[in-house]
Design a protein around this ligand. Structure first.
Ligand SMILES: [Fe+2]
Ligand SMILES: [Fe+2]
Length: 230
């Protein structure tokens, strides 16, 4: 089942997507979308998913990410609001209800934070895994640094008691209370380290294992260099 999006629909969807994504945000903009799309299609082929659904969902999955990150609207979740927006976009393009529902489910369930919708379909699992793979490995390491700088955080912070820090600065749903206290290495310790164990597909699990090993080694070494012991 190797059917991907047909033209001119693909061009039209990218045109719409581009009006939402920043060209210069390496962590969440167009370049993240292109990486996730490639990975989601690769996983989708292995897992025999409907590639048309996977492609549409990957291109549109983060259209409201920027709004959530920078508009600070209380309770705004880009997976929920983004999925509502995508429903309108796809309906306007005249896509079948079944396709729209399937794409929207992928988008609604792509987030790893608690209180979210679980991915139920193979297409949603492909998007989830592809999106999370972009948080780890060499890409994840650069991306995490990028996000730290974007939020004007230190790249590296030493804390004596990581669990005490978690209680003080991380809410139950995983969101950060005071962004200024956070850093790239704390994000790795408290969130990214666990990502590889959250994969839904066999392909995702295999790739995540390799990426996680690289990232573990990087942050271990970084810690030693920062302490001056290496
Ligand atoms: Fe997202
Ligand atoms: Fe994403």
């Amino acid at each position: 089942m190797c059917v991907m999006l047909a033209e001119p629909l693909r061009t039209k969807v990218w045109e719409i997507a581009d009006s939402y994504y920043s060209k210069h945000d390496w962590a969440h903009g167009r370049s993240h979308i292109e990486r996730v799309l490639k990975m989601a299609i690769e996983i989708g082929k292995q897992e025999r998913a409907d590639l048309e659904i996977v492609e549409l969902a990957a291109i549109l999955h983060d259209i409201f990410q920027n709004r959530e990150a920078h508009a600070s609207i209380e309770g705004f979740r880009h997976e929920t609001e983004g999925s509502k927006e995508v429903r309108k976009i796809l309906a306007k393009l005249g896509l079948a209800d079944r396709t729209v529902d399937a794409v929207c489910h992928c988008i609604e369930s792509h987030r790893k934070r608690s209180g979210r919708t679980e991915p139920q379909t193979i297409e949603a699992k492909c998007l989830f895994d592809a999106d999370k793979l972009d948080c780890i490995g060499a890409i994840g390491t650069i991306r995490s640094t990028f996000v730290s700088f974007d939020h004007k955080q230190e790249f590296y912070k030493e804390v004596d008691d990581i669990e005490a820090y978690r209680r003080r600065n991380i809410r139950q749903d995983g969101t950060i209370i005071d962004s200024a206290l956070h850093s790239s290495n704390l994000e790795y310790e408290l969130s990214l380290k666990a990502v590889a164990n959250r994969m839904y597909t066999e392909t995702g699990r295999r790739l995540a294992k390799e990426r996680a090993a690289f990232m573990d080694e990087f942050y271990d070494r970084l810690g030693k260099e920062m302490k001056g012991t290496m």
